[in-house]
Design a protein around this ligand. Structure first.
Ligand SMILES: [Zn+2]
Length: 370
């Protein structure tokens, strides 16, 4: 899956032409893309929406990543359709504060034996079948009822507040999860490992597993995330066979932080790629203290490892750090995101962009370059 998808990003005017080209080429072939994706992530808006859509048209925005609330808004959906803007619904999976409030027992557990939480980031255990089933059903209903162009799976990993992980962080300073009873039992059963019965505490068990069976633990985590991605993708396509599935990827390359993308986040992109149509790394360089060139390096790495279409997301303004993100740096990062093999750029967020006339002007000039 995924090949032949690039063309789907053509603008509204060329959509019919693209469709014909895709059908002619079949899913096995790559279709040349004539126009990159220029998307924005937007979480809240209220009617009337005419002004917003006018602004997007004028800025060259051709794709919208929206919250579930906006997808559910009939007026917003109608405007998107009338303007030919495909809607990607952002679907958070394991970051679910509502579910955790209702049932704290769902919480992912750290190696210290405590619920996995860091500021606003709080995760449900990714191995809980009951929770995953609930998400699967919710996604099916959402797609069937509101007909998004694509589903964008977000927070589909093990717990980590990667947005605040700077390049100097060591692997062992990152959180290890999940050591809840469901995960411990699942790991033992699936990987054929027996945790000694005399280890009574969660930290004792976690230390033993990480010291003696680190590779099996990582494999089990990646398997758990792959299972979730597979089930959610399948559910979305059951509701609408033509729906596209995107995956929000933690922007870590295999060698970063001692292999933490697999061993901490549980995201093995080569394993996940066959289940999705495209991968969108969150290349928010400023918050993780990288330079704009890093955006392209992350894209190139993911593309080479997975063969999947990659759509880079970049940040518009500062977050989690005190220093401002200057307009020139915003421009440089967006330009890096537009370099092939990336199929375009998605800006996080519209809210930030709409507050900066200077950055909007930069986007306009980037769009004109295309
Ligand atoms: Zn667990």
């Amino acid at each position: 899956m995924g090949s032949g998808f690039r063309g789907a990003f053509l603008g509204a005017a060329a959509a019919a032409l693209f469709l014909a080209a895709t059908l002619a080429c079949g899913r096995g072939d790559r279709v040349a893309i004539s126009r990159p994706v220029v998307g924005v992530k937007i979480y809240e808006a209220s009617a009337p929406f005419d002004g917003l859509f006018r602004e997007w048209r004028e800025l060259g925005v051709n794709t919208l990543f929206v919250s579930e609330a906006l997808l559910r808004d009939a007026g917003f959906r109608d405007m998107a359709r009338a303007n030919g803007l495909p809607l990607y619904v952002i679907f958070p999976v394991f970051q679910d504060p509502g579910a955790l409030k209702e049932n704290p027992d769902l919480a992912a557990i750290t190696s210290a034996g405590t619920p996995a939480r860091d500021e606003w980031v709080e995760f449900v255990c990714p191995a809980r079948d009951d929770f995953l089933e609930h998400k699967v059903e919710a996604l099916k209903r959402l797609v069937a009822e509101f007909d998004p162009y694509a589903v964008s799976l977000d927070f589909i990993r093990f717990f980590v507040f990667w947005e605040k992980v700077a390049p100097d962080r060591a692997w062992d300073s990152l959180p290890q999860t999940c050591f809840c009873p469901v995960c411990l039992a699942g790991f033992e059963k699936d990987m054929g490992v027996r945790v000694p019965a005399d280890l009574a505490t969660t930290p004792g068990k976690a230390d033993w597993i990480l010291a003696r069976h680190a590779a099996a633990w990582t494999e089990w985590k990646c398997r758990t995330i792959a299972r979730a991605v597979e089930r959610l993708s399948r559910a979305a396509r059951e509701a609408k066979p033509s729906v596209k599935v995107n995956l929000h990827a933690v922007p870590w390359r295999p060698g970063d932080f001692g292999g933490a993308v697999r061993s901490v986040a549980g995201q093995d992109l080569a394993r996940l790629a066959p289940f999705v149509d495209l991968i969108s790394p969150m290349c928010y360089h400023h918050m993780v203290r990288r330079d704009p060139a890093w955006v392209h390096a992350v894209v190139a790495d993911i593309s080479a490892r997975t063969g999947a279409p990659v759509l880079a997301s970049t940040q518009v303004s500062e977050a989690y750090v005190e220093e401002a993100l200057p307009p020139g740096e915003f421009r440089a990062a967006a330009a890096e995101a537009l370099k092939p093999p990336s199929i375009g750029v998605v800006l996080w967020s519209w809210d930030a962009l709409s507050k900066s006339p200077e950055k909007m002007q930069i986007l306009r000039s980037l769009s004109e370059l295309k």
